[in-house]
Design a binder for this molecule. Sequence first.
Ligand code: IDP
Length: 151
Amino acid sequence: MEQTFVMVKPDGVKRGLIGPIITRFEQKGFVLAAIQLRSIDRALAERHYGELKEKPFFGELVQYLTSGPVCAMIWQGEHAVENARSIIGKTNPVEAAPGTIRGDFALDIAGNIVHGSDSLASAEREIELFFGGAVAASAPVHLVAGTVVQH
Ligand code: IDP
């Protein structure tokens, strides 16, 4: 079953939107395979958004991502990558349709509250970066001092 990487960004966590965002994914039919509340250092933010390093907003983006805790998750389901992007909505909240997460909860592209992998290859890379590889949806996962322990 396909898995994708989703992250509630620092502004989403600060605004108390972890719950509503998880609810959207559960209502859609996804199964939560792993979750961590954590902070991101500069090096991880730069690796995560490595493809955007030439963009003029890259510095602002790294600053944004490291400004507070994030909630990193692996969600599992049919066409997980595409279905997650569809309920998250367009990158710019101005263009994101009402009913999508960004369409309903965000105003500005620089604070669009949630990330979802844009391809299967990105999902695999990001799951490896944050969780050290795919996690079975039925396996209990504990985060011990920053290290994911699977049983
Ligand atoms: P995505 O998050 O919808 O996949 P990307 O184009 O990959 O969109 O951009 C990654 C993130 O970079 C966006 O979610 C947003 O936080 C930030 N970003 C994109 N464009 C801009 C911009 O023009 N100004 C500030 N931040 C931006």
